[in-house]
Write a protein that binds this ligand. Sequence first.
Ligand code: PMP
Length: 389
Amino acid sequence: MSTTPKDHFIDEALRKRKDQHRFRELTSYQPKGTTEVLDDREELVNFSGNDYLGLSKHPKVINRAQDFTEQYGSGATASRLISGTYTIHNKLEQKIAHTFGWEAALVFNSGFQANSTIISTLANRHSLILADKLSHNSLLNGSLSSRASFRRFAHNDTADLESQLSRAVDKDYDRIIVITESLFSMDGDRSDLEAIAKLCKKYDAWLFVDDAHAVGVWGTNGLGLTHGVSGIDLVLGTCGKAFGAFGAFLLCSSKMRDYLINFCDGFIYTTALPPAVIGAVEAGLDLIPDLSERRNRLYTNIKRMKKGIRRAGFQVGNTESQIIPIMVGGEEQTLELATALEDAGFLATAIRPPTVPKGSARIRITLSSAHTKEQIDQFLTTLDQLNNE
Ligand code: PMP
């Protein structure tokens, strides 16, 4: 018998994290208004949320969540294939498919759950997955658990993707699946979906696009960056970001929907989304196509913030969106800047390795249409002062 306690490995792992200054803790905040939160000391302007259109506080979204709870209860009480598919679940899926212009849609309990289980249902150990190097952890999870051969192509590098595709076609893979995000979650930059879709067509590969940060915000009527791009097989949208709610949906063919309902473990073996969430997402879907005024306000906020951050002396990488990295580099300096910003009344989270590559620690700003010009200007004045102290 070993003499070390059975939880020794936990002590070791936590100690290592602390030695590396990478130990993370949960901080609790209380929302107050759409862009403010309270921590235990003071009120902060939140520049680290994903409520891009301020819908989490929209009266119509809240009312329908309440209404569906009163009508149908607090939980769906079973998984979808048992008795948890209420009429409202089916109706929502039809409405999502219709609004986004796809044959079918299927809702999942979260984007993480969808990505990690859909991909492992599509691929097997005879398949090849080629994923953009900066793909979200949920996409990586799904790829690795599928047991497929897994390779990454250089970030946003369609030449590298083509070279990997051309080498793969003569091999004996049963299928090739290409994975990318439309708008990358840590850098805010975009992929060239037209070019990637063309390559997938040329090499007869499947194309899975995670549109999590774009739905609601970008594309015609906020229908995402995948909207209008032909040759994409599957699109993942989340409802926890611009929808201001929770859950996720997949846009796909009816045949694919049937396949996933029959074979996707992350869809089959879990309790269906609760009525409150279905109500909130349905209300968000009714609102989103007509929210161009909010979208325009967000686009103006993005311009103002990007220009100001550059003026304060920081790089923002290749962002083309509401996700703006303030590049710092060193982990400790990034933490110091986040703390100084918090002391000045702003919640702007430090993102460090392993979430981003070593040497690219940053403050990651996420903007909402609900942020005011004054909030942005005050943030920029503080950033400028801190950088020139
Ligand atoms: N994909 C991307 C690109 C994301 O950024 C996230 C959330 N961080 C997810 C998927 C997961 O979505 P959810 O929060 O709905 O689980």
